[in-house]
Each structure stands twice: as structure tokens, then as C-alpha cells.
Design a protein around this ligand. Structure first.
Ligand code: FAD
Ligand code: SIN
Length: 536
């Protein structure tokens, strides 16, 4: 049994704030919901970082939407479904592709500047897309433009009260309803309660579970872990997307080299300079990410090497400087002139396709809890997300959530002040080497639960993670400790899902079951914690 809450507490002894709506997270999802919902309710927004520091900020390629000449939502739907390898929910994908163009235009009206060619949006091509469809800003700095435009608007909005550098530990539940969250303020080591009529979870992804990732340090899977503890349904956790081209360098996170650079003509080469994607897939270097990454791993293994090369030298220098200014500069600082030199790259954990299960309006199975963005799983991405569909999903779902929320809040009659919650479970107070345990977990996930898996590697991983289970009983007083607890829980769930799915589909590749098995596995794995333990 996993403890329901990370700490023991009594709500009557902690300071409490109340609002209509509590939002956890300040990336594209959280900020977009905040701006929309601020028209009809009063909001508290919590973020464990500073406003502006979220995965969203690092997005490079852009936002996919069928706005180009000759494109249509039907083509976008087809590409998304193909990348998703038989597991996308077609209703969710239709919503994404049909509502996407309007949400992109609203973002532009709202103050985000996207690159233009003449009077039209400049659109680039990325893996798995049948035509150029990806709108971008300042070349490869799309995320920064989007995040800052939204942050500026939120800062000016008197209906949104923001709290930065505050870590949400757990969702509070009372009589099977989500009524807020318990949070930790590291400066002063204080616990606080935030009570609300509804909670929007927009806490992003979990790349930091891996030793090599493109995700910033905030991406430790807290949102999925706290939802699971609170009784929300969690789905599709075995589908973790690895990006083919992270700069091969020391440290974590690793800097991303956008797929859009391959859309401009860059190609992958092995250690001897040979191309290796021709003949593997009709789209060659622009095949869906899972296909490219698997081939990269095979080539690296055959050459006993841990990196390959991206060759962008065919792209004219002025194009590189204009469309990829961040990458150009970052590589130059690392001593690589991308107009002349090959760029050393390796795959890195990049995106969680699964997450907290929601309906088409972001509602979870737990009344009062909604989820949006990477933490959520609407069924749009299936077994493999199509490039640049993630920011779009955040924009589209945030509008749908705020539409239903308006109605849900109006129908709700809750007396927020009358709800008392407490938790007490045996705590062993033991300490552990946090950094060492985190590294052990990250290495285990990369080496045994990475791009290529097998029963053997997954069972080995399960054993290592099981040996860390005592950490879940410790009462920590630090963000690092809480994050480690969330990462261990999430790793357990991911490994369990990956062991169960005895087939290969999308980003989940089992070398002991190398084929898609539609008869047994055209279905999704859903986990829910109950008083009797995990229900699958
Ligand atoms: P995030 O932007 O990650 O925000 C999560 C928020 O939750 C943060 O504010 C964080 O501080 C907060 N939070 C988390 N845990 C807690 C906690 N315990 N307590 C309080 N706050 C918490 N997608 C695209 O569509 N196009 C791209 O071009 C693209 N490029 C990418 C490039 C990189 C390098 C990476 C890593 C991803 C890229 N993606 C891209 C994916 C996309 O950026 C993310 O999926 C998306 O930004 C997620 O947005 P979000 O709002 O759900 O989460
Ligand atoms: C990239 O720019 O290659 C990343 C795009 C994405 O992850 O959607």
C-alpha cells in the first residue's frame, strides 16, 4: 500500500486560503486556463518554480495547426492518428485538429508574435507530418514567446493570485471530491492548505525520471503521482516519447536540437558519416520519432557508440541563423559551428503521452479535479505523440475546460470553510542520500525502461525500484525528498504498465514482443489506487 499523503497533517492546524479555482502549474496549460477562467471566477495559481520557468518555455519547433494553403484538419487528423499507432481516441484528435487553428489565432491576437512569410504564417515541417504545418516564433524560440506572452497577461490580471516557488505535495480530497491541495513553502519550511471549489492540475511531465532528458528540472512527474494517490485514473504510462536529437553533452537536461532542422534538410549520420534512415521508413529522417529513435539505438549498438551525428551543413548559413538562432548560438558556445560541423546527438526522454485520464473536457474521474496539458491524457496522442501537438493540446483543452468549469462552478454549492481533512500514517523518519537515490533511479529508468525494453530489463528495473520503497514512508521536509517519492511511485507505475503490455506499439518497444498485437492489445492500461490496492 502506498501512503495516501506524503506527510501527516491536520487541516485545522495549518494556514488555509480559499478561492474558487486552484491551478497547479504555470506552463501553457495552467496559464491558459487561468486567463480564460479569470473572466468568471477568482483564481489561485501555484507553481514550484518561478512564473515563466516551465517546460513550455523550452519548446522549439512550434505549434502544429492546419492553417496552411492546401492543408486541412483531415490531413492533420490522419497524421496524428498514424503517429499514435492505433491507440488515439479519434474523437479527441478531431477536437484537437478542428479547434486548433482558432486557438492558435487567439494566441496571436493575444500578443504572441509568430514568424511570417509575407502576410502568412511561416510553417515548418516536422517528423510524421505530411506537409509543413508547424507555426513557430523567433525561429526556434516558440516556447519562450508563448510562455512569456501568457505570463505577462497573467501578471496583469487582478483575478489571478500567483504563488511562486511553492511545491504542491498532494491533492486534498473530502468525501470523494477534490477540494484543494496541500503545499510546501521551502523558504520557511511551512505547509499550507489551498482550498477551492475546483482544481486544475497542469503540472507537466516527468522527463527527470531518466538520466538523459530534454525536460527541465521541474519535470519530476509530481502531478501524476499526487493524482494517483488521490484516486484519479492514470493511463498509458508505458508510452514515453524519446526525442532523437538532444545535443550529446554532459549533464541533465540536455539541450534539444529541434526536429524542424531536419524539416529544412538536415540528416542523421552514423559515426562513419553514413546516412542510416533511408529505406527504414518512407519519410526517412522525418519518420515519426519512435521509428527514428529505435533505428538510432540499433545503429549506436552496432557501432558500440553512445551518440550519432546530425548534419545540418546543407542548410545555408543565413537560413540557420534566421530559423535556428538559439541552436546556432548554443552549439557555437560548445565549439560546434553547425554550418560546417556535424552535431553530436543522442536520444533523450522527452514527453509523457500518458497521464491523468480525462474526458474530452478535461474532467477526471475525481469530482472537482480537472487536468490539462502534458500531465493529462485525453487520448489525443495514443502510443506516440505527433511532433508539435503538445502546445496545441494545452491551448485547445484549456478552452474546453474553462467552458465546462463555468457551468460546473455555477452548479456547485460547497461550503469551503466546513471541510476538515487530516492524515496520519506510520512514518519512519529515516533519511536517505537523496542525490544518490535519484541518480540510481534515473540510471535504472534509462538503462532498463528506455527506448528498447524486455521482460528481463523491466523485471530488473522493478526489483531496483522495489528496493527503494522505504523512501515512500519517510516524512521529508524538502522538495528534493518529495520529488524523489513522486519519482519512485511513478517509476513503479511505468514499469508495471510496460511489463503488462506484451507487444510493441508506438514508443513502447519490447524486444521480446517486437510486433503490434491488435487482437490482445488494442486497448489501454488504466491504473487506480483503491483501499484494496491498485486496480488495473
Ligand atoms: P509545463 O510547461 O511543464 O508546466 C508545468 C508547470 O507545473 C510548471 O510551472 C511547474 O513548475 C509546475 N509544477 C510541476 N510540479 C509542481 C508541483 N509539485 N507543485 C507546484 N507546481 C508544479 N511541444 C510542442 O507542441 N512543440 C514544441 O516545439 C515542443 N518543443 C519542446 C522542446 C523541449 C526541449 C521540451 C522539453 C518539450 C517540448 N515540447 C514541445 C513539449 C511541450 O513543451 C510540453 O509538453 C508542454 O510545454 C507542457 O506544457 P504544460 O503546461 O502541460 O507543462
Ligand atoms: C522539436 O522541436 O523537435 C520538439 C517538438 C515537440 O516535441 O513537439
Amino acid at each position: 500500500m502506498i501512503p495516501r499523503y506524503l506527510i501527516n497533517f491536520d487541516s485545522e492546524k495549518l494556514s488555509q486560503s480559499t478561492s474558487d479555482l486552484l491551478i497547479i502549474g504555470s506552463g501553457v496549460a495552467g496559464l491558459s486556463v487561468a486567463l480564460r477562467a479569470s473572466k468568471f471566477c477568482q483564481i489561485t495559481l501555484l507553481t514550484k518554480s518561478e512564473l515563466g520557468e516551465a517546460t513550455t518555455r523550452y519548446a522549439q519547433g512550434g505549434i502544429a495547426a492546419a492553417v496552411g494553403e492546401g492543408d486541412s484538419p483531415e490531413y492533420h487528423l490522419k497524421d496524428t492518428m498514424e503517429a499514435g499507432d492505433g491507440l488515439c481516441d479519434p474523437r479527441a484528435v478531431r477536437i484537437l485538429v478542428e479547434e486548433g487553428p482558432a486557438r492558435l489565432r487567439e494566441l496571436i491576437d493575444f500578443g504572441a508574435h509568430f514568424d511570417l512569410t509575407g502576410n502568412h504564417l511561416s510553417l515548418s515541417l516536422e517528423g510524421g507530418h505530411s506537409r509543413p504545418r508547424v507555426a513557430h516564433a523567433r525561429g526556434d524560440a516558440t516556447g519562450r514567446e508563448v510562455e512569456l506572452a501568457l505570463v505577462n497577461a497573467v501578471r496583469k490580471n487582478p483575478q489571478v493570485e500567483t504563488h511562486e516557488n511553492i511545491f504542491v505535495l498532494d491533492l486534498l480530497t473530502h468525501q470523494d471530491r477534490c477540494i484543494g491541495a496541500i503545499a510546501f513553502e521551502p523558504f520557511g519550511a511551512k505547509f499550507r492548505l489551498f482550498i477551492a471549489k475546483a482544481v486544475i492540475l497542469a503540472a507537466g511531465g516527468m522527463g527527470q525520471l531518466f538520466k538523459v532528458t530534454t525536460n527541465p528540472s521541474i519535470s519530476t512527474g509530481d502531478g501524476i503521482a499526487m493524482s494517483y494517490r488521490a484516486g484519479a485514473e492514470i493511463v498509458d504510462l508505458e508510452f514515453i516519447q524519446f526525442h532523437p536529437t538532444a545535443l550529446y553533452e554532459d549533464g541533465n537536461p540536455r539541450f534539444l536540437i529541434t526536429e524542424a532542422i531536419r524539416g529544412e534538410g538536415a540528416v542523421l549520420r552514423d559515426i562513419r558519416g553514413q546516412r542510416f534512415m533511408d529505406g527504414v521508413h518512407p519519410l526517412a529522417d522525418l519518420a515519426p520519432r519512435d521509428v527514428v529513435v529505435r533505428q538510432m539505438v540499433k545503429v549506436m549498438k552496432a557501432n558500440s557508440n553512445d551518440h550519432l551525428y546530425l548534419d545540418a551543413t546543407v542548410i545555408p548559413l543565413d537560413n540557420l541563423k534566421k530559423n535556428f538562432p538559439t541552436i546556432y548560438q548554443k552549439c557555437l558556445q560548445a565549439g560546434i559551428d553547425i554550418s560546417k560541423d556535424l552535431i553530436p546527438v543522442a536520444p533523450a526522454a522527452h514527453y509523457m503521452s500518458g497521464g491523468v485520464r480525462t474526458d474530452l473536457n478535461g474532467r477526471t474521474n475525481l469530482p472537482g479535479l480537472y487536468a490539462c496539458g502534458e500531465v493529462a491524457c485525453t487520448g489525443i496522442h495514443g502510443a506516440n505523440r505527433l511532433a508539435s501537438n503538445s502546445l496545441l493540446e494545452g491551448l485547445v483543452l484549456s478552452k474546453r475546460i474553462s467552458d465546462v468549469l463555468n457551468q460546473d462552478l455555477a452548479e456547485l454549492s460547497l461550503k469551503l470553510t466546513e471541510m476538515a481533512v487530516s492524515h496520519s500514517s506510520p512514518k519512519r523518519g529515516k533519511t536517505v542520500g537523496l542525490e544518490q537515490e535519484r541518480r540510481k533511479l534515473q540510471e535504472t529508468m534509462t538503462n532498463k525502461v528506455g527506448v528498447i525494453r524486455s521482460r528481463k530489463s523491466l523485471e530488473e528495473a522493478a526489483k531496483i525500484v522495489e528496493s527503494m520503497k522505504d523512501v515512500l514512508d519517510i516524512q521529508f521536509n524538502s522538495v528534493d525528498g518529495f520529488e524523489l517519492q513522486n519519482m519512485i511511485l511513478l517509476a513503479k507505475l511505468i514499469i508495471r504498465a510496460a511489463l503488462m503490455r506484451e507487444e510493441s506499439r508506438g514508443t513502447h518497444y519490447r524486444e521480446d514482443f517486437p510486433k503490434v498485437d491488435d487482437t490482445k492489445w488494442r486497448k489501454r492500461i488504466v491504473f487506480k489506487d483503491t483501499e484494496q490496492g491498485m486496480r488495473v
